[in-house]
Design a protein around this ligand. Structure first.
Ligand code: 13P
Ligand code: SF4
Length: 369
């Protein structure tokens, strides 16, 4: 679902202006009061990219896989107020009971990468690719995709992946089918396949706008068909960023998210999900030096949590993920107060048919993870 359709779907509800003018202390007090009142009936998962002002209220924090797992495991909460982006809230809705209500505090919190693959494009791509490859393909989709794309994947024998299990899921998929259509992030697809020993010469790119397969050799040699999508935050980390930092100080360890380009990942020392980045720095030696290539709210938090280490952003001009940043203190308080009044706003509810097939893809992933 595009960001525009999300906004149009907000029950006509925009945040009342007075929330924007409220003092921070007042908002904190009100949020704490509601959390206390609801107890276990309210559950707030928070993705690592959320702002500190929001993350302080999270009952669980983590990467996309961890947040999907905790949402699925939680059977007590009546309301799940998801502090993350739309595809994460959709996943939580699909993995929880139908009585549980999932709320996204700001409907404008989409993910530009997830918007890079829609159903019309995907159906057309699958038809054209089937004409070339017959029944030899399995679709895999990064969880950063709409519920419809996950359902398409489930219907066609495939699974979802996250950045922390992509390697395991791709290994499984390649035991079932000869080639993979990987949506919508070409970089995670390329980085994961390369790590598993698939050479770049066996990877093609599907351009959903031009509707063509970009490949120079014999198309029958292709094993990975990479959807031409990317993350606009992670594409800002460049080869020059890594070279400049290494030239300045060869002792600096560079760790990046696998949504970065293949060239950047190859020059870096480590790569992995947001959980892997957090865990790696937690375990690092005091005084060790790190440059991190991921979203800025997380990098700033890691820097603050580790005064004993020298940590910086791989790109000094980096900014946060703007859609993740839509969730702020006023929106969190507003969504909690609407729940308290008995008229929750920003409800995420995926229709039954889509849920059925999407959960097939999600469960294949969760069972292998
Ligand atoms: P993680 O699953 O690594 O948290 O990544 C989610 C994401 O959107 C990264 O941009
Ligand atoms: Fe989407 Fe990129 Fe933001 Fe992650 S960082 S939520 S992939 S736009």
């Amino acid at each position: 679902m595009s960001i525009l359709s999300l906004i149009n779907q907000t029950n006509g509800g925009m945040i009342p202006h007075y929330y924007k003018e409220m003092a921070e202390g007042e908002m904190v007090t009100r949020i704490l009061r509601i959390k206390q009142k609801f107890g276990e009936k309210l559950f707030i998962p928070g993705h690592h990219y959320q702002k500190d002002e929001v993350i302080q209220f999270a009952d669980a924090t983590g990467d996309s896989l961890q947040l999907a797992q905790v949402a699925q495991a939680n059977k007590r909460a009546e309301f799940i107020v998801f502090c993350g982006v739309h595809f994460m809230a959709e996943t939580a809705d699909m993995l929880t009971n139908k009585e549980q209500v999932v709320v996204l505090p700001d409907m404008r919190a989409g993910c530009s990468m997830a918007d890079m693959a829609n159903m019309q494009q995907t159906n057309r791509a699958w038809k054209k690719l089937t004409e070339i490859y017959g029944d030899t393909m399995m679709p895999l989709t990064y969880v950063n995709s709409t519920a419809e794309i996950k359902a398409f994947t489930g219907r066609n024998g495939g699974a979802t992946v996250t950045s922390s299990n992509a390697s395991r899921i791709l290994t499984w998929a390649l035991t079932k089918k000869e080639r993979i259509l990987f949506l919508p992030d070409q970089h995670l697809g390329r980085n994961t396949a390369y790590d598993l020993g698939i050479p770049l010469s066996q990877m093609a790119v599907w351009d959903p706008i031009a509707e063509e397969l970009i490949y120079e050799g014999d198309i029958q040699d292709v094993k990975m068909i990479l959807w031409k999508g990317h993350c606009s935050v992670h594409e800002k980390f460049t080869v020059d960023n890594v070279r400049n930092i290494k030239d300045r100080d060869p002792e600096i360890n560079v760790i990046v998210h696998p949504e970065c380009s293949h060239e950047v990942v190859m020059l870096s020392d480590y790569n992995g999900s947001t959980k892997k980045i957090v865990d790696t720095i937690n375990k690092a030696e005091p005084n060790s030096k790190w440059a991190i290539g991921t979203e800025m709210n997380l990098v700033k938090r890691i820097i603050k949590d580790h005064p004993d280490k020298q940590i910086e952003s791989l790109n000094p001009d980096m900014c946060p993920c703007l859609t993740m940043n839509r969730i702020d203190l006023p929106h969190l308080l507003w969504s909690l107060e609407e729940i308290d009044k008995g008229k929750p706003t920003g409800i995420i509810r995926v229709n039954k048919e889509i849920t059925l097939d999407a959960v097939t893809a999600l469960n294949r992933m969760l069972n292998i993870s």
